[in-house]
Design a protein around this ligand. Structure first.
Ligand code: ZN
Ligand code: FE
Length: 258
């Protein structure tokens, strides 16, 4: 049976996005990575949506900070990464790589995607073309490599890259404009990147969000998904290099980019 997801963006803190989603056939309502509780509860209340689930991608405070308060207010079930269960407040259901997680009448494929943190997961709703990837993949960027190795992170990003172009990338931060500035230092001759950057500047000047993006445009323009592309390898002086080493170099350059 095929269904849809109604997905709402809730901007919180300085640059976080919490995603609120409803599966209409069952009425299941999920919150992805609630940094805080109050704006999420208010948005759900306004829509008369009853929160049934919290889905966490990783343990950072700006992703789980609202867990317990939302659970207390709604009695919802908290779903998170098995490999990080000790760091997910209130976790009830543990999921791991390859699991099919049923959300109402929809189904997500769970990807274990270490790199930003050691236990990070992503939820891919293939039929609904929605990828909730936390801080693993950003529009034109990726998360900082706090707990992983370049090999792990590149493997994780490569697995997400293998998903279809029409997946929407629901990442957890509005970092796109500064990511674009950096991406242009890597691939200034990438026409699609130049065009996309201009569109991002226009959107941000109007105060518009740039997330979700499409996975297809990330594949074409996000330098962290392109460590095996000759133009990117050449741009960082590593023509023909090992993609893991190229990824590590691009990640390092971003870390020191101002
Ligand atoms: Zn994080
Ligand atoms: Fe974050």
């Amino acid at each position: 049976m095929s269904t849809t997801l109604d997905i709402v963006r809730i901007p919180v803190l300085s640059d976080n996005y919490v995603w609120l989603m409803r599966e209409p056939q069952s009425g299941a309502v999920g919150v992805i990575d609630p940094a805080v509780a109050a704006p999420v509860l208010a948005e759900a209340e306004k829509r008369r949506w009853k929160i049934t689930h919290v889905l966490n991608t990783h343990h950072h405070g700006d992703h789980v900070g609202g867990n317990l308060e939302i659970k207390q207010a709604t009695g919802c079930t908290i779903v998170g990464p098995r490999q990080d269960r000790a760091r997910i407040p209130g976790i009830d259901i543990e999921v791991d790589d390859g699991d099919r997680y049923r959300f109402g009448e929809a189904e997500a494929e769970v990807f274990f995607v270490p790199g930003h943190t050691s236990g990070h997961i992503a939820f891919a709703f293939r039929e609904q073309q929605a990828l909730f990837c936390g801080d693993t993949l950003f529009a034109l960027g990726c998360g900082r490599m706090f707990e992983g190795t370049p090999q792990q992170f590149w493997t994780s990003l490569s697995r997400l890259r293998a998903l279809p172009d029409d997946m929407r990338v629901y990442c957890a931060h509005e970092y796109t404009q500064s990511n674009a500035r950096f991406a242009l230092t890597v691939e200034r001759d990438n026409k699609l990147l130049v065009e996309r950057s201009a569109a991002i500047d226009t959107a941000r000047a109007k105060g518009e969000a740039t997330v979700p993006s499409l996975l297809g445009e990330e594949k074409a323009t996000n330098p962290f998904l392109r460590a095996d592309v000759p133009a990117v390898q050449a741009a960082v002086g590593m023509a023909g290099g090992d993609p893991i080493a190229v990824f590590a170099e691009v990640r390092h350059r971003k870390d020191v980019f101002r």
